[in-house]
Ligand binder design. Structure first.
Ligand SMILES: Cc1ncc(COP(=O)(O)O)c(C=O)c1O
Length: 393
């Protein structure tokens, strides 16, 4: 059953620790944007107001940041892997963002193999980053990853290695093979906070918060509430850390949304330390199926997130349909199950008067949710939503 807890470790106004400030703090997005502005495919993703749905839900405004339209790769994850690979190559070649496409970087990239384990979206990002600079990439996929998702990664030039078992088994295999072969592992979580790569990936995601802040003026002001979904917590930490640093003392009430079956951040908040979820973590929110938070993400969220919420699988189709079948003049939005999880979280809270009150949600609230991915499985989307998703080239 869904659960909501106020973060017992919340420390309002406490600055980000030095460890994470470099990755998600006020200046973090600038370095990413310096690179993105050199990319012809880059444009900010839309920040879409849904006034009719807001009215129906009894809140003042609802805004959806539509990451399904990110870099032609259908999810926010594309910001992380591509940026991390660019940063690794820039640092190795000793150049800055203005020289990212120079011969030295390309020659270096030609000698490197970037690898990762993935449920789908991160693999696409690593494959796209490696291809952009002319490097080799290998993506380890567990047996539950659909052929459709595998095909999209392979189409970006990655070699696919299938691993029997679960996501955790594919992570272990990627780590093992990277060590044996001298490949560079691009993972969005690590055993401890020493590994810089999960931090670089989070820095890539701060672009989303930066774009939200840039777009807010046009929409009449910053959000009063943010709902953000989490797997290992990288996205939630990037959004939370960056917004806290840029809006000191005035930031939104931030709720981190996870599946009931895989609520590792909520459990960590309850226990006051990183907790691991046991048993079966299978959920409709397949991209959020994580047993253990990223230590670096936890370092941000443990003091800066306001609430942790777990949501039932049943909440996903309702949220997907609310976006797919718009009311009034609202735009239609294509969201996959994990993509719609933050809206599912908002709708879950609004269904309970006591939770609504706890979060201070009312007719004056301006709520931001993030659609983190499009319909990456067209058959499942059509079954859950009752209409076909447009295909992305
Ligand atoms: C579509 C989607 N939404 C949300 C997330 C959660 O991101 P994180 O693992 O950084 O918490 C993921 C992670 O893969 C994802 O693919």
């Amino acid at each position: 059953m869904a659960e909501l807890i106020a973060n017992p470790g919340r420390r309002p106004g406490e600055p980000l620790s030095r460890l994470v400030a470099d990755y998600v703090g006020a200046a973090a997005a600038e370095r990413v944007l310096a690179l993105l502005h050199a990319c012809p495919r880059y444009r900010p993703t839309p920040l879409l107001p849904l006034p009719s749905l807001a009215r129906q839900l009894g809140i003042g405004a609802l805004m959806v940041k539509d990451e399904a339209q990110r870099l032609g790769l259908e999810s926010f994850k594309s910001l992380g892997g591509i940026y991390a690979i660019a940063e690794i190559l820039m640092q190795a070649a000793g150049v800055g963002p203005d020289a990212i496409m120079c011969d030295r970087v390309r020659a270096l990239a030609a000698t490197r193999t970037f690898v990762c384990a993935s449920d789908g979206n991160h693999g696409r990002s690593v494959a796209a980053g490696a291809r952009l600079f002319g490097a080799r990439s290998i993506v380890f996929l567990h047996e539950g990853v659909s052929a459709a998702r595998a095909g999209k990664i392979a189409a970006l030039g990655a070699e696919i290695i299938r691993v029997p078992g679960t996501y955790d088994d594919s992570v272990d295999e990627a780590v093992r093979q990277a060590e044996i072969n001298g490949w560079t592992l691009v993972a969005d979580t690590a055993a401890d906070t020493e590994d810089p790569i999960p931090g670089l990936i989070m820095r890539g995601y701060t672009t989303i918060a930066d774009e939200v802040l840039a777009g807010m003026k046009a929409l009449g002001g910053p959000p009063s509430h943010l709902f953000v979904q989490a797997g290992v917590g990288g996205l939630a930490a990037a959004m939370t850390g960056h917004l806290r640093a840029r809006l000191p003392g005035a930031g939104p009430i931030i709720t981190v949304v996870e599946p009931v079956a895989a609520d590792c951040l909520l459990q960590s908040a309850v226990q006051g330390r990183i907790a691991e979820v046991g048993g079966d973590v299978t959920t409709i929110y397949a991209m959020l199926e994580c047993r253990r938070p990223s230590p670096l993400a936890w370092e941000v969220l443990r003091g800066a997130a306001d609430f942790f919420l777990s949501v039932d699988d049943d909440a996903a189709p309702a949220a997907m349909r609310a976006l797919a079948w718009p009311q009034g003049d609202d735009p239609g939005i294509v969201a996959g199950e994990s993509g719609a999880a933050s809206l599912a979280g908002l709708m879950t809270v609004l269904a309970w008067a006591s939770w609504r009150e706890q979060l201070g949600l009312n007719a004056a609230s301006r709520v931001l949710v993030i659609n983190t991915e499009g319909a990456t499985d067209p058959d499942l989307y059509a079954r859950l939503v009752g209409r076909t998703a447009p295909q992305v080239a």
